[in-house]
Ligand binder design. Structure first.
Ligand code: C2E
Ligand code: CA
Ligand code: CA
Length: 577
């Protein structure tokens, strides 16, 4: 990574973190007003303290000089407001004003013998102390914010930029119409190093890979720039810029591949690391962040499938199609016709094991009675334009379940979460369809949550935001599903009016095997909390994970450890137990 890129990424991150900043500064006009008020109060303090005249107030003779204290307090109040409201600038201004007053007061007391200035001198000193204390505590908050920002953009283990950083960087390139290549990389057989040599050696290997590539990208001369990031586990990513043609891209990847494949010696053992590479070009293959990641990943998976240890593959559109998906599409159509799309409910709990509610998950059997996994038929239903029908079948059955629960237990506070595909969400009659079902089953919207996958935040933010506002207006909750996998940027998240962040299972899986993954999950939770969102972890499978999640402040748990997806009757038993 070159220095200017580091700086640029940093600038982007600074911008985002400023948006995330918990407390914004007051407007400039308030600053000017406070300065003017301070000057007026100070001038009046001086005039009053020098005056020997009297005035009558409520039939009492009052010396003008006694007003000096009032004006002096007013000026001190302005000083404190400046330090509180305007942080660094306010602090420096306040300090200058306070220090300027000191010589004036000393001259008044010791040369002119104006003793009315004596209390003012003490007040001045105490105000100075207050301003310094305020500033120091602000510095502490600032350091805390910087720390969070650093955690958010940097991979803990290797020090490379992480997925947040890379998505911010890409967003910038797309905004400036710059062409670039995204390269997805997966190390070969890394798992066997972890399994045979232990996680510590695995971590050293990852750090060595990161160092080699970071050093190489810094050394690279000429117009080609390579931005290196670690995504998760043994997955890395490059963004290549400044190339002429595809041959340049491949040559650059080969240079990095050669660097990787040099012998690595750790604790007297030699390792020969290889990797597979899949890449996609912007704007030729895709024009938005989400599709660039999806395409380079698709090319990588295809490269892995070919089992050639150091293969480099360019994305081709037909990588995504296959015969199998045609067969699955036929099964989905059949299931819709036969009304055989059913659902399961997976419980969600708070961290103290109190039931929060359930996520409704689609289930499908083919005509021979074999279960087809949702991971297989949902993407096919999406591509074939059938997903809205699948979603609505599940939603309707889930609402029927909710109405059963509420009829039997009126004060129940359970929440039913339903998945909605992006294609479905964007349909014009989406809200009407949902409303009809809610009216049919007479269920309160406050018990319903709509889960939307993170990727829509990147693809069609404007329209999605409008839809989400409509969902929220109806009183339903919104959850961001699979968080962490879709490369959404922090600034998008900041603008997204959701209630719950669902951390994807892939991060929970790694959490207790690598410190950097644990830090990553902890960072997501902190970011969620800064944005006032609750956070749920998905795919929690053991007690150790629950313990870690408790430590790092996760709000809710969903996973096999406390409950697998189950039929409606079993779910009812849990509600009433
Ligand atoms: P998802 O929304 O991320 O749902 C969570 C998936 O993780 C479910 O898989 C669930 O069974 C599984 N899971 C939960 N806890 C654990 C665990 O501890 N260990 C393991 N290994 N897995 C766990 P499922 O039911 O196969 O669903 C797969 C995906 O299909 C869902 O992922 C969701 O994206 C999609 N899907 C399911 N139902 C619907 C639906 O009605 N509409 C739409 N649009 N998509 C759906
Ligand atoms: Ca979900
Ligand atoms: Ca999920």
């Amino acid at each position: 990574m070159t220095r200017s890129e580091t700086r640029q990424t940093r600038n982007n991150m600074d911008k985002v973190m400023r948006e995330l900043s918990l407390k914004k500064e007051a407007p400039k006009s308030a600053f000017i007003l406070l300065v003017i008020l301070y000057i007026i109060a100070t001038v009046f303090t001086v005039i009053a303290s020098r005056s020997e005249g009297y005035t009558t107030l409520f039939d009492n003779r009052v010396q003008y000089a006694s007003f000096a204290g009032v004006f002096s307090s007013l000026s001190n109040m302005c000083i404190i407001c400046l330090a509180v409201l305007f942080r660094r600038v306010g602090f420096i201004t306040a300090l200058i004003f306070q220090l300027l007053q000191v010589p004036m007061m000393i001259i008044n007391i010791f040369v002119r013998h104006v003793t009315t200035n004596l209390p003012g001198l003490f007040m001045n000193f105490f105000t100075l102390v207050a301003v310094i204390v305020i500033y120091l505590s602000y510095q502490k908050v600032l350091r805390y914010q910087q720390n969070i920002r650093d955690q958010a953009v940097r991979d803990r283990l290797t020090g490379l930029p992480n997925r947040f950083a890379i998505s911010e960087f890409m967003e910038d390139l797309i905004k400036h119409n710059e062409k670039f290549a995204v390269v997805s990389i997966d190390l070969n057989d890394f798992k066997s190093i972890n399994d045979t040599m232990g996680h510590e050696t695995g971590d050293i290997v990852l750090c060595e890979v990161a160092d080699r590539w970071a050093r190489l990208s810094e050394l690279m001369k000429g117009s080609i720039n390579v931005f290196v990031a670690r995504i998760t586990g043994d997955e890395f990513m490059f963004i290549i810029r400044g190339y002429e043609d595809e041959a340049d891209v491949e040559k650059t990847i080969i240079t990095f591949r050669t660097e990787l494949e040099r012998k690595m010696t750790i604790d007297d053992c030699d390792y020969f690391i290889t990797a597979c590479y899949g890449y996609a070009l912007c704007p030729t293959d895709g024009r938005n962040i989400d599709s660039m990641f999806a395409y380079s990943n698709a090319a990588l998976h295809e490269a892995k499938r070919m089992s050639i240890s150091n293969y480099i593959l360019h994305f081709k559109a037909d990588t995504l199609n296959s015969e199998k998906s045609k067969e699955t599409e036929r099964k989905v159509r059949e299931a819709l016709e036969n009304n055989s799309i059913s659902f399961n409910l997976q419980p969600q709990y708070d961290i103290n094991h109190k039931l929060r509610g359930f996520e409704a998950l689609a289930r499908m059997k083919d005509s021979e009675g074999n279960i087809v996994s949702p991971a297989e038929f949902i993407p096919v239903a999406e591509k074939a334009g059938l997903i809205d029908q699948v979603d609505m079948r599940v939603f309707e059955q889930a609402m029927e379940f909710l109405s059963d629960v509420l009829r039997a237990k009126k004060d129940s506070d359970i929440i039913i979460s339903c998945n909605v595909s992006v294609r479905h969400l964007m349909k014009n009659n989406f809200i009407d369809e949902i409303k009809n079902v809610i009216v049919k089953y007479q269920v309160p919207a406050s018990h319903i949550e709509i889960e939307i996958t993170e990727s829509i935040m990147i693809d069609s933010l404007e329209k999605a935001l409008q839809r989400i506002d409509e969902i929220k207006e109806m009183g339903m909750k919104v959850a961001i599903d699979d968080f962490g996998t879709g490369y959404s940027s922090l600034s998008y998240l900041n603008n997204f009016p959701s209630d719950l962040l669902k951390i994807d299972k892939s991060f929970i899986d790694l959490m207790n095997t690598s410190d950097s993954s644990k830090q990553y999950v902890a960072t997501i939770i902190s970011i969620g909390h800064i944005l006032n969102l609750n956070v749920i972890s998905e795919g929690v499978e053991d007690e150790a994970q629950i313990e870690t999640l408790k430590q790092i402040g996760c709000d809710y748990i969903q996973g096999y450890v406390w409950g697998r997806p189950m039929p409606k009757d079993e779910a009812l038993e849990i509600v009433f137990s």
